[in-house]
Write a new protein. Structure first.
Length: 119
């Protein structure tokens, strides 16, 4: 589960990698991104993003920044990532604006085995 304020190149990189991980998990992992933003053009941006990046597994959703409960998750964060199993968070990351870089994305992906069943 990812909460994000807006679309960015680094967030797109994370989303693409989560999409690939979800696809390769063969139904054992789901992924979604909730955008907490009131930009009237956001829906169209997300449709374009999904089409351009050929996202097939990641669900992109929008929630009003004004009314959503999501600001309780790392209020100063631009991106928050929670890896969880059966409603129990196993790993939690929060990145301020501009902090979501390749190294942080790799750290999130390296923690995916913590939520995937062992084969």
């Amino acid at each position: 589960m990812v909460f994000a304020r807006d679309v960015s190149d680094n967030l797109t990189s994370l989303v693409k990698k989560l999409d690939k991980a979800a696809a390769s998990s063969k139904g054992k992992m789901g992924a979604f991104v909730v955008f907490c933003n009131d930009d009237e053009r956001l829906e169209e941006k997300l449709k374009e993003l999904a089409k351009k990046e050929k996202l097939e597994q990641v669900v992109l959703a929008i929630d009003s920044k004004k009314s959503g409960p999501y600001d309780n998750f790392a209020a100063e964060a631009d991106v928050s990532v929670m890896l969880y199993v059966k409603r129990k968070v196993k790993v939690n990351y929060s990145f301020r604006k501009g902090e979501t870089k390749a190294r942080q994305i790799d750290a999130v992906l390296a923690d995916l085995p913590k939520i995937l069943p062992r084969e």
